[in-house]
Design a binder for this molecule. Structure first.
Ligand code: BG6
Length: 470
């Protein structure tokens, strides 16, 4: 069977403002939660000491170098680029009445540059950052007023970019709020389950409200949600392990349930009871939640096992903990590589919701070696992406509606969880190290030509051969 993808399949790459732009305090930009996490989102916030080093302050200087980078994406044949708007460039403190024109102008220019090459912008409204001021003055998403601030910000950018951006996402990996409260909710750790789910509720209402605003302001647009998806296999065929796997998956499926179906699923009630959670949900909230997303998007990096035995040893993912699967290998960072898990996931979500799906993050973080001639032979990255894309094709053949695939970090960026430069995902190498040394010069890795060929051939260049893709 040939691996040909649909003609309108959206091939591309995905970035996030705080991991690429740098220019963290220019042209009126306010400080964001990410600016207070110099060591990465697995770590709690730290006050910025004068002169303290934060790799993200400059990141890869995309703010000034985006024309060069976009030209390279166009050379690879990208149909879409996912990136985010930094809320703090538009509303530096989050609670102003009027937006910062310089910030709006920056994204105008960025989107124009993409459109010049026929690259469709896919824009995340909030990717792991919010104005720091909102966390200090309001307690982040714990405060209902933040819903209105977010709506104001979203409405501003919908109005401004209505003729440029047709694909939108609300919150990046919204379920991460369950595990990292500062990153997801702008609230320092130590939250009770009651406080955590109440803040998540505010976020879910905010998401639904901006979906409504998007539908009103840009009738032709499509707006989706975004969840960090992780399939769980029962560690053994003990039925208790299966029940545990179902329980673990429902932790993140809950977010799809609300955003795709427009109401809280029945299974969450049991969890709320066990955790003593009684949410304050107004009739207006229920009404707002009914506005559902047009498509469902997710990141997929790894799968895990689930065991009813509480003594089973756990290893780390970036935020989510995992139990090792003896059938899988892992990346240098311990993330278990599971291409078939992606096919399973796509089928599972399609069966459950019948809404189009978009894989908006997938990729391999690895240390690259520069050869004497300056080349980088990243065959490990090619193998990872090849095997995942073959499984996406299998899912399409299974009947799943997949809109597109954006590889994470098509150019090397600062990693989110540990703020490293040496954990590289790119097809394009950036000369910068973990200490901030380097020229920031860009160069093509071996995977650059490979992805270019995959896109040009609509997937026919992919190599098949795994057990599940005959
Ligand atoms: C996702 C995030 O969790 O994983 C990205 O949405 C992040 O922001 C990506 O970069 C990979 O994680 P990391 O820690 O390797 O950068």
């Amino acid at each position: 069977m040939k691996t040909t993808f649909p003609t309108d399949f959206l091939w591309g790459g995905a970035l996030a403002a705080n991991q690429v732009e740098g220019a963290y305090n220019v042209e009126g930009k306010g400080l964001s939660t990410s600016d207070y996490q110099p060591r990465g989102l697995m770590f709690p916030p730290s006050e910025r000491a004068e002169g303290e080093f934060n790799l993200k302050d400059v990141a890869i200087d995309f703010y000034h170098r985006y024309p060069e980078d976009i030209a390279l994406f166009a050379e690879m044949g990208f149909k879409t680029l996912r990136t985010s708007i930094a809320w703090t460039r538009i509303y530096p403190n989050g609670d102003e009445e009027t937006p910062n024109e310089a910030g709006l102008a920056f994204y105008d220019a960025l989107f124009d540059e993409l459109l010049k090459y026929g690259i469709e912008p896919l824009i995340t409204l909030s990717h792991y950052e919010m104005p720091y001021n909102l966390t200090k003055e309001y307690g982040g998403w714990g405060d209902r007023r933040v819903i209105e601030f977010f709506e104001r910000y979203a409405t501003t950018v919908f109005n401004r970019y209505q003729h440029k951006v047709k694909y939108w996402l609300t919150f990046n990996e919204i379920n991460v709020s369950l595990f990292s409260s500062f990153t997801g909710l702008g609230i320092a750790d130590g939250l009770s389950w009651q406080q955590r789910y109440q803040a998540i509720h505010h976020q879910l209402v905010a998401s639904a409200r901006v979906v409504k605003a998007c539908h009103r302001i840009i009738p032709g647009a499509k707006i989706g949600n975004m969840v960090a998806a992780m399939p769980y296999y029962p560690l053994t065929c003990n039925p208790d392990d299966l029940i545990e796997a179902q329980r673990k998956e429902r932790e993140w499926l809950f977010f799809f349930d609300v955003q795709a179906r427009g109401e809280y699923p029945s299974h969450i009630q049991r969890r709320f009871k066990e955790k003593n959670v009684q949410l304050e949900i107004t009739p207006q909230d229920r009404e707002d939640l009914r506005e559902t997303v047009d498509f469902l998007s997710f990141s997929y990096y790894m799968s895990s096992c689930a065991s009813a035995d509480p003594h089973q040893q756990q290893t780390t993912g970036n935020i989510l903990k995992m139990i090792s699967n003896p059938y899988l290998k892992a990346s240098e960072w311990g993330w278990q590589i599971d291409p078939a898990g992606l096919r399973h996931l796509l089928n599972q979500l399609w069966d459950r919701y019948q809404k189009p799906l978009f894989i908006v993050e997938n990729g391999l973080g690895a240390k690259d070696k520069i050869e004497a001639d300056g080349s980088i032979k990243d065959d490990y990255r090619i193998a990872y992406l090849n095997d995942h894309l073959v499984q996406v094709h299998e899912a399409i053949a299974d009947g799943v509606n997949v809109l597109g695939y954006t590889a994470w970090g098509p150019i090397d960026i600062i990693s989110a969880s540990t703020s490293e430069m040496s954990k590289r995902y790119g097809f394009i190498y950036v000369d910068r190290d973990d200490h901030g040394e380097g020229t920031l010069q860009r160069s093509r890795k071996k995977s650059f030509a490979w992805y270019q060929q995959v896109i040009a051939s609509r997937g026919e260049a992919l190599v098949r051969g795994g057990k599940n893709d005959q």
